[in-house]
Write a protein that binds this ligand. Structure first.
Ligand code: BGC
Length: 376
């Protein structure tokens, strides 16, 4: 806190803290009574759905902000969804590694309605990362607040079995793109989740998890690193800002280790423009703007690497994207990578998703990391 105070005047700091507190309030207000966190309450393509990925990061931020009950209710929602799909998981596990694995459209979905079903709308549903990220988030939550994982154990075991059987399959990435690739951030989320729950498993699962973690890390090091930095997918040379999460808060590769340092540096150089971070250089979604949630992820990585000043810069930029009513969008259009693509998306789905709860969550998470007061 003192370091931050040294560099930002107290009035500015109060404003940054205020936005963190209103963000926590906004998330609490919008959390469904089922425990689900809506991705965005109004945006046409997201309305009515909660994602394992977004939700896990939102729950982690709420947990870090001291909102223990809210985070716990989200994990209960995840657990109900998994428990209700134990026979689907058994089928997937049973056929994995045979010459007749279940097809992608029979794998677990990436998002669910608040009531916990898959919903009627078509989606790019096969994404493995969320099942790792929720494991990581629930274990972090339990460790942070001295809670037992017992309440979620059955769902944890199901997620572990699912990931152990299928972690090497290609699937859609964080951005619901490129289903034919194995994405390094997805592998990182899975490794983080398996690592986080390893101590809570029975002996056989714990052993299998240790082997999988070793294999995932080895695969990343051999095929997911180019010029010393993590890459967007195995065999690619590009980077993607989602890789920042693998460094921190998922802590799969240390921020001050060689892979961490190189990955932060290349993402900062290629994707960060004045604090606003793009997803990846070829992005055209809504013209390919800058994402406050990714700016905060870069801030978290800077913080983990010991650079608090640059971490505060990232928080400051994210705060600058808030609307006059204090809502954070999914992206802003000040610096578009391909402005010719913007209109097409607006026509298809309407204006950029605002508020996006995941943006608020990453803002809160970075504010907590920097020692700002976020409690109500
Ligand atoms: C993003 C996903 C996100 C979803 C809901 C999509 O546009 O690509 O990462 O989970 O929105 O926020």
């Amino acid at each position: 806190m003192t370091d931050v105070v040294d560099r930002a005047d107290s009035e500015e700091l109060a404003g940054l803290s205020r936005l963190a507190r209103t963000s926590v309030k906004l998330i609490l207000r919008l959390q469904d009574e089922s425990g689900a966190y809506p991705a965005s309450p109004t945006f046409s393509a997201y309305r009515g759905y909660s994602w394992f990925r977004d939700g896990a990061f939102i729950a982690d931020a709420m947990s870090a902000a001291g909102e223990i009950e809210s985070a716990g209710r989200f994990f209960d929602w995840c657990a109900r969804i998994l428990d209700a799909r134990s026979s689907q998981v058994a089928r997937i596990v049973g056929r994995a590694g045979t010459d007749d694995p279940v097809p992608d459209n029979e794998m677990l979905a990436t998002r669910f309605t608040f009531a916990g079903d898959e919903g009627e709308d078509e989606w790019w549903d096969f994404q493995l990362d969320g099942y790792g990220t929720w494991l990581w988030a629930v274990a972090e939550h339990a460790a942070r607040h001295g809670l037992s994982l017992e309440r979620w154990q059955a769902a944890i075991d199901l997620s572990v079995d699912y990931l152990l059987s299928s972690w090497s399959r290609p699937c859609f990435d964080w951005w619901e793109e490129r289903a034919e690739e194995v994405h390094v951030s997805t592998l990182g989320c899975i490794a983080a989740g398996l690592t986080a729950v390893a101590a809570a498993l029975d002996d056989q699962r714990a052993l299998d998890v240790r082997v999988a973690i070793h294999d995932i890390r080895a695969l990343i090091r051999t095929r997911g690193v180019v010029d010393g930095h993590l890459t967007k997918w195995l065999g690619s040379t590009a980077v993607d800002a989602s890789l920042l999460s693998v460094i921190h808060p998922l802590d799969v590769f240390a921020a001050d280790g060689s892979i961490g340092v190189a990955t932060i540096a290349v993402i900062d150089a290629q994707l960060n423009f004045g604090g606003g971070v793009h997803r990846y250089l070829a992005d055209t979604f809504f013209g390919g703007g800058q994402w406050p949630l990714l700016s905060c992820m870069l801030g978290l990585a800077f913080s983990a690497a010991g650079d608090r000043e640059r971490a505060v810069d990232q928080l400051r930029w994210a705060a600058s994207t808030a609307t006059s009513t204090g809502e954070l969008p999914e992206q802003v259009e000040d610096h578009l990578l391909d402005s010719s693509m913007k209109a097409e998306w607006v026509e298809r789905w309407g204006a950029v998703a605002t508020p996006l709860l995941w943006s608020h969550a990453m803002y809160v998470r970075l504010a907590v990391e920097l020692g700002l007061e976020v409690r109500q």
